[in-house]
Design a protein around this ligand. Structure first.
Ligand SMILES: [Zn+2]
Length: 726
């Protein structure tokens, strides 16, 4: 089983300064960015692949141009390592309110080829019920205008019909002509008027049916279902007649187990060997379990009838309590970003285990629009609590650390006056770009970063703006600088707020960094008027008492400690998302042990049409024994690596024994078990987690045993599915 993560520009600054909350470089193009695969090494990377949606790529023209030029593996920004497979799809959620997918089949094939992904997915359209008696009406947003807005649509209509308004593309793909020629090839749309929506609802809908600005469907579900299948059939034909470097997966949709099952039968009939269940993201666990169980049954039947193997992906699903069903139902891969996104949406942001989740501690930045005084106050409040939290993590004196911070902050303002007097007319401040001047100031003034951390980015920005206009021929009144600096001084007089109380607690207990001491600072912070987070305190109590970051062995928690449990900006929050993904992946590997079945290659693998053909010819008994078992990945091994069962035969085969051994050793780093099939009993490997097996039935038996499944792994359709206990 493989776990994919959707790619949504989830990157952090590789050399972020956590102490001062400063980016390594203010110029985004110059910053070294780390994606999840950059942070972990080969063995511990908590994903098995990356899912790239066209909708997401097209979010930025620059990104689209870049990845279609270089491909995802050679892209200078993404730098996905070669060993991580990639799936690309359209991103059906992105166009769900359009009457048709915005892409055409020819176009998608070209796109996947340009991206150089491992797998490309057929074009699907989410099956969404309308919930309204008369179905669904799609309207082109371009036809609305200030004199006729969406709220001018008659109530009688909106009550009976589900209305979806979106900006329609300038050009629809070819398939649309067959479905609705009234909207196809339309170059400009006339604006809607009240007259268009006058009369009976039935009359309006009849008119809209032929209108180039509208699509009306009584049963939209059925249409979306059918066009998804039609796209799968059409792209299959184009794919089979072309020469493409990626594997094609059919996405299919439905609205209950039976319709999913029927759609599956159709795509299997078309010759697909990798299929994807779409449209279940966000569905109830039980519904998803019923769907995957039905799909699993039909796949098993198909596999046994055709003596082949089918891989199945579940899009947007990775609930840990569904693993048992998903595994037994033979699913091959899943994807989800929910554990990543949970790091910065709602509470329970820091995940340790499914039943141990913690609220990250919010230390807030000033908001845009805050006055300078408020911005400085919020920064100082934040710094006081950050220093206390770090001291708590380091088991150091909290009062000493907060006082130390305060003393330095005080020093910064004095040093700042001296610095400005001496350097305000320096050449480095002649640049036009604020960003450039900020960079220069940050590097040149000894406390440039400390100034921002303690007294806000706003204060530093105001000084930088003055530096830009200030020149020797036409100097700025120095009092203007002093006025800004004095705002900092006045606010600083109210700090540190808690050091005395914490010190008293330290003296009384004779201990440092107790919960009570850190709580004094955090509570004072959270209840202050400018923060107003007292409702979060209960959650924080649990976080600080449990210190979950101490119990995580991921490199992020090991390097950064408590910073990972602080809710503050992309560089902490997204790293916590990577950590959550790692925790998720540990559970995933425990529940669905990663098992690889390999057979040795010989020179006749070269030039084969498919690895499957080679396996059935050379290792028929093994194939019979394992082609239908869930979870395991199956392939042939040579010194170049594992060639998975569905791949075309490789263009070269290397039988170098030390190379083969190295490949096995490398793979062993990511698999729980590798079962090496060796019918002749000749293999000599001594690698942890590589088991050499001579009997095909033994390979099957050990796989099922390892997974904890009996001889018939797919659960019965009639069994009441047990909900998980989490
Ligand atoms: Zn961690």
């Amino acid at each position: 089983m493989k776990f994919y993560v959707p790619e949504w520009e989830d990157a952090v600054d590789a050399r972020y300064d956590f102490v001062h909350d400063e980016l390594s470089n203010l110029d985004k193009q110059e910053r070294e960015r780390h994606f999840i695969w950059d942070i972990f090494d080969y063995e511990t990377t908590p994903i098995d692949g990356v899912l790239i949606s066209r909708e997401q790529v097209e979010d930025s023209q620059r990104k689209y141009d870049r990845v279609t030029e270089h491909g995802v593996y050679d892209d200078p920004q993404l730098t996905i390592p070669d060993w991580l497979p990639t799936i690309s799809d359209c991103g059906a959620w992105g166009y769900k309110s359009l009457p048709f997918p915005r892409y055409g089949n020819d176009d998608m094939l070209e796109f996947y080829e340009a991206l150089d992904v491992t797998v490309g997915v057929t074009i699907d359209h989410l099956v969404l019920g309308s919930g309204k008696e008369k179905g669904r009406l799609y309207l082109d947003k371009h036809a609305f205008h200030p004199d006729f807005t969406e709220s001018d649509l008659p109530e009688e209509l909106t009550e009976q019909v589900d209305i979806m308004v979106d900006e329609w593309p300038a050009e629809w793909p070819d398939l649309v002509e067959r479905y609705d020629d009234s909207i196809y090839g339309v170059s400009a749309v006339k604006p809607f008027t009240h007259k268009d929506f006058e009369g009976s609802v039935q009359g309006v809908l009849q008119r809209m049916d032929r209108d180039p600005r509208a699509v009306y469907r009584e049963d939209d579900k059925q249409d979306r279902y059918e066009m998804t299948l039609e796209n799968a059939a059409e792209i299959r034909e184009l794919y089979d007649n072309g020469d493409w470097s990626f594997h094609l997966m059919a996405a299919f949709q439905g609205w209950n187990p039976t319709t999913y099952g029927e759609a599956l039968d159709e795509v299997l009939e078309m010759g697909y060997q990798y299929v994807g269940i779409g449209g279940v993201a966000g569905s109830q666990l039980k519904q998803v379990e019923e769907i995957v169980t039905e799909v699993g049954h039909r796949i098993t039947e198909f596999e046994s009838e055709h003596e082949t193997r089918i891989d199945t992906h579940v899009f947007g699903f990775a609930k840990t309590d569904g693993f048992e069903t998903v595994g037994r139902a033979q699913m091959s891969s899943i994807d989800s970003a929910s554990m990543l996104r949970a790091a910065w949406t709602g509470g329970n942001n820091y995940h340790l285990n499914p039943d141990e989740r913690f609220d990250a501690i919010r230390v807030r930045y000033p908001k845009p629009g805050d006055s300078l005084e408020i911005a400085v106050k919020k920064s100082m409040l934040g710094q006081e609590v950050l220093h206390a939290l770090r001291a708590f993590d380091d088991e150091d004196s909290i009062s000493r650390r907060t006082r130390g911070w305060y003393a330095e902050a005080d020093l910064v303002l004095d040093a700042l006056v001296d610095y400005l007097e001496e350097h305000r007319h320096d050449e480095i401040y002649d640049a036009r770009l604020l960003r450039k001047i900020t960079s220069e100031f940050r590097d040149d003034f000894e406390y440039g970063c400390e100034l921002q951390a303690s007294f806000s980015d706003d204060l530093r920005k105001q000084l930088v703006k003055l530096l830009r206009v200030d020149d020797a021929d036409d100097p700025v009144d120095f009092d203007e600088y002093i006025e800004i600096i004095n705002t900092g001084r006045e606010v600083a007089e109210g700090f540190p707020r808690t050091a005395d109380r914490v010190e008293a607690l330290e003296e009384k207990s004779g201990e440092m960094a107790t919960f009570k001491q850190v709580w004094t600072v955090l509570e004072n912070y959270a209840v202050s008027d400018l923060v107003d987070d007292q409702n979060l305190l209960e959650g924080y109590r649990k976080t600080l008492r449990s210190r979950p970051w101490d119990r995580c062995d991921c490199p992020i928690c090991e390097d950064l400690g408590i910073e990972v449990a602080i809710f503050r900006g992309n560089n902490r929050n997204r790293r916590r998302g990577f950590h959550n993904t790692y925790r998720f992946y540990q559970q995933f590997k425990r529940d669905l042990p990663k098992i690889l079945i390999v057979a040795p290659a010989d020179s006749s693998l070269f030039g084969r049409n498919t690895v499957e053909g080679y396996l059935t010819d050379m290792y028929g008994e093994l194939w019979d024994a394992v082609h239908d078992i869930p979870v395991a990945e199956i392939g042939v091994l040579d010194a170049n690596g594992v060639h998975e069962w569905w791949e075309p035969g490789p263009s070269s085969v290397s039988l170098d024994p030390s190379g083969i051994s190295e490949e096995l050793e490398r793979k062993a780093g990511r698999y729980d078990t590798i079962l090496y099939y060796d019918p002749d009993g000749e293999a000599r490997f001594d690698i942890d987690s590589v088991e050499i097996v001579e009997d095909p039935q033994e390979v099957r038996g050990r796989t099922l045993e390892r997974l904890g499944y009996d001889s018939d792994p797919v659960p019965s359709r009639d069994i009441q599915i047990q909900l998980g206990e989490f």
